[in-house]
Ligand binder design. Structure first.
Ligand SMILES: [Zn+2]
Ligand SMILES: [Zn+2]
Length: 259
């Protein structure tokens, strides 16, 4: 499988996963133009996109989904509760391109098997995804209020994981966001902090149950890539585990990983 975080952050999210002739976009939370350009940068022809999978209906995950579906006649996959809220936000989508999955149930696109899983976040029915193909596993888990047992068990055994490392708690508390927004971000339905991401990864590394890690969905206001990287790496290293943590950034594609 191929994996690339096209953009990751509170300003917009899109991930590319591909295998043979299947090319998937997971979320499309930027303009259609930016996503097209970004795909071209990693040598993927937007005309060859097979499907767009949606984690939840927030604008930073769906902004370009309607445009791309119309422009390239691509099916959009989401669970019914997400469709219910998202439909009016996407504009007109061809009936044949409105595809459903049930959270927790596996389905396949080509040779890629896809499993969605519940997560805690303030959206209708937000999910993370694991992708299985050729004995390999990739998991995407961002927009998490906290690391539940369910999410952790879905991350286990992943060769590649994109995990949220949204904010530095201290920067958020001292920062200029209104208190209500700070409270939302810190709540169980908000976003995972650097510290919580580090804690979760420390356990996963100790169990030897995670491979390559990308930290993503960083806040522009309340985080910096070097702070997220250092906080998480230091926490993992404390337990004596060697790791190399990659970053999924807001304005540039990550490296294209082939596993
Ligand atoms: Zn969200
Ligand atoms: Zn988000």
């Amino acid at each position: 499988m191929k994996f690339c975080s096209l953009r990751s952050g509170s300003g917009g999210n899109a991930v590319y996963i591909g295998y043979k002739d299947i090319n998937l976009l997971i979320d499309a939370g930027l303009s259609g133009k930016i996503i097209e350009k970004s795909l071209v940068n990693i040598n993927v022809d937007p005309n060859k996109l097979s499907a767009i999978l949606i984690t939840h209906e927030h604008n930073d995950h769906i902004k370009g989904a309607g445009v791309l579906s119309r422009r390239y006649d691509i099916p959009i996959y989401a669970n019914p509760a997400t469709w219910n809220v998202m439909e009016r936000l996407l504009g007109n989508i061809d009936v044949k391109n409105k595809c459903n999955f049930k959270t927790g149930e596996e389905f396949s696109l080509g040779e890629i098997k896809i499993k969605s899983f519940k997560k805690s976040h303030d959206a209708a029915e937000p999910v993370g995804f694991s992708f299985f193909c050729n004995g390999k596993k990739i998991t995407i888990a961002t927009d998490l209020g906290y690391m539940s047992k369910g999410v952790a068990s879905n991350i286990m055994g992943s060769d590649v994981v994109l995990l949220e490392s949204n904010h530095d708690v201290d920067m958020l508390i001292k920062g200029k966001y209104p208190w209500a927004l700070k409270k939302r971000i810190l709540s169980d339905y908000g976003h995972l902090s650097n510290e919580s991401a580090g804690e979760a990864l420390k356990k996963l590394f100790e169990l030897n149950s995670v491979g390559m890690v990308f930290l993503g969905h960083l806040s522009q206001e309340n985080n910096k890539p070097e702070i997220a990287h250092k906080t998480v790496t230091d926490m993992i290293k404390k337990s004596g585990v060697k790791c190399h943590i990659h970053m999924a950034l807001r304005n540039i594609e990550s490296e294209l990983i082939k596993i």
